[in-house]
Design a protein around this ligand. Structure first.
Ligand SMILES: [Zn+2]
Length: 539
């Protein structure tokens, strides 16, 4: 583990050794704090119901939780939080925040939801150059804290391109070395996107072998599982869930399912089957958890939704070359139609791609405009490159609500920082957390505020084994959101997505205001969070 320690020193993010926690506010000889949040309804993030407390912050830590008046505590600055909820900052357990972008580093889409920590490098895509990524964050500044995974697809692409075959021993060794380098540099674990190219070409055994490398470091296995129930000629929802659990169980790592929810009309009402498998795995000693966003639409890419695996063997250029062969095209076009049928048809595929001739239109609309059959439209678009698309109405809202009640359920946006010119994007990047709170907690009361907030905070911090974060506690990092429950509202819609959410009145990241009185400060107070060794039920 020594190289990891070196990286942490390089990054200046070495955390205090346990047992040397900062002084308690009440016993603080100076009797002062930098900031007092006065009289808010504190939800601790551990699941306790709210209780009225003052919260004192000094530097980057919460140093006081109690009654400031009784303790005689003075503050340089204070906020009247009466009537508001005071909670730990939220954890986006599956994020595509592009913090490395100059216009993405402020992370305002996320901060306005109350998110203060994002988990990146998922769906198998994470680079292993995590030391450089983290150093870049530290140098340029980031608006939220960031955790990174190293990706299986990235490892496979580096070792053997996009070939639809098994790796030879040298390629397998190269993939293992890739994962190891990521783990040495602070990766939280291995992520996969077995639905995507080239992950779809791998066997379960290949992933288990790579996950064993992560296991040596106490890593976590995060998966966009192979099927989710709507993959063409796939393994099916149940087998897909079982495979992910097996990968963690045999390698000896915890497992987290990204955006856990069965897809497709044929899986309506089937969430209990997947939940049961997770419960059974937990009963066997495998620490399996999941994250969800509350929307019925997914977002991914057109190629993954419409082109079968055999046709993307070798990658983009090899695929486009196949478009010239009429016999191949005849077979391909039929399979494209079969794939789309699983997803509700071309009218359910909505382009979020920045290309203006596509953005905001459905695949059916584009085909109609061009007077082309849908499969031909798909081929022509993909010839110019892959396209960002949503799949409307792919999730069953009943399933989502059922899963929201699971003890092991976290929350995620799965949202990507919008690109310039991307007028239509999935609203989840702006609204997943407020949407879930508004609908599931405040409108429909299917989960309590403390249960929802626990899944968004303390549960995640415990699972990822990140010390001193995820709860409102003395000595812990001051990642805090002050919420006006009456005003929690996601405002982004599919028609008009570029709208920040309301309700997060104040957001603090490592003790600094990122949002104050509803207005962003553009403070870049986030920090990279490398994997921390030892402890925790996460392991
Ligand atoms: Zn995914």
């Amino acid at each position: 583990m020594r190289p990891l320690l070196n990286w942490m020193l390089v990054l200046g993010t070495l955390l205090p050794v346990s047992g040397c926690a900062p002084q308690r506010g009440a016993g603080d000889p100076s009797g002062t704090v930098d900031l007092l949040l006065l009289g808010g309804r504190v939800l601790d993030g551990a699941g306790s119901p709210w209780v009225q407390r003052d919260v004192g912050i000094r530097g980057d830590r919460i140093t006081f939780v109690g009654s400031a008046r009784v303790a005689g505590l003075e503050a340089a600055d204070s906020i009247d939080a009466r009537g508001f909820l005071v909670a730990p900052g939220f954890w986006d357990a599956h994020s595509h925040a592009e913090l490395e972008r100059e216009d993405g580093k402020y992370a305002l889409e996320f901060l306005h939801q109350g998110i203060t920590t994002v988990v990146l490098g998922l769906d198998g895509g994470g680079s292993n150059q995590i030391g450089d990524i983290f150093a870049g964050y530290t140098e340029a500044g980031i608006g939220v804290n960031a955790i990174h995974f190293v990706g299986h697809n990235a490892a496979r692409r580096a070792a053997m391109g996009n070939d639809a075959r098994a790796p030879d021993p040298e390629e397998m060794a190269a993939m293992k070395a890739y994962v190891r380098a990521g783990m040495e540099q602070g990766a939280m674990g291995l992520s996969t996107g077995l639905f995507y190219t080239p992950g779809q070409f791998s066997t379960t055994e290949e992933v288990i072998e790579l996950n064993r490398v992560s296991a040596e470091y106490g890593g976590i296995y995060d998966t966009h599982d192979r099927d989710l129930g709507a993959a063409y000629q796939g393994v099916g929802y149940d087998a897909s869930v079982a495979e992910a659990i097996r990968i963690g169980e045999e390698a000896g790592t915890p497992v987290i399912f990204s955006h856990f929810n069965p897809q497709g009309a044929h899986n309506a009402g089937r969430a209990p089957a997947g939940a049961r498998m997770i419960d059974e795995a937990r009963a066997r000693g495998v620490n399996v958890m999941a994250a969800q966003h509350p929307y019925t639409a997914t977002q991914s890419n057109l190629r993954a939704y419409t082109i079968p695996g055999w046709a993307v063997d070798g990658g983009q250029d090899a695929m486009v070359a196949r478009f010239d062969d009429p016999q191949v095209v005849a077979r391909l076009d039929q399979e494209t139609l079969d794939m789309l049928a699983l997803r509700g048809g071309a009218s359910k595929i909505l382009f979020g791609d920045p290309r203006p001739e596509l953005n905001g239109k459905t695949l059916q609309q584009v085909a109609d405009e061009r007077g082309q059959p849908v499969p031909e439209t798909v081929r022509r678009i993909l010839t110019d490159g892959n396209a960002t698309v949503m799949n409307l109405d792919l999730y069953d809202d009943w399933n989502t609500r059922y899963l929201a009640q699971a003890e092991w359920m976290m929350t995620c946006t799965d949202g990507r920082t919008p690109a310039a010119g991307q007028d239509v994007v999935h609203p989840r990047v702006y609204g997943a957390f407020p949407n879930k709170l508004r609908r599931f907690v405040y409108e429909d009361s299917i989960i309590s505020p403390q249960f929802a907030v626990r899944g968004m905070t303390g549960l995640a911090a415990t699972f990822y084994n990140v010390a001193d974060r995820g709860q409102i506690r003395e000595g812990w990092f001051a990642d805090v959101v002050v919420l006006d429950a009456a005003r929690i509202q996601d405002r982004a819609t599919f028609e008009d997505p570029h709208q920040f959410s309301a309700g997060a009145v104040h957001v603090l990241v490592n003790g600094r205001f990122a949002i104050r009185d509803g207005r962003p400060t553009n403070a870049l107070a986030g920090r990279p969070i490398p994997r921390q060794d030892g402890g925790g039920v996460g392991r």
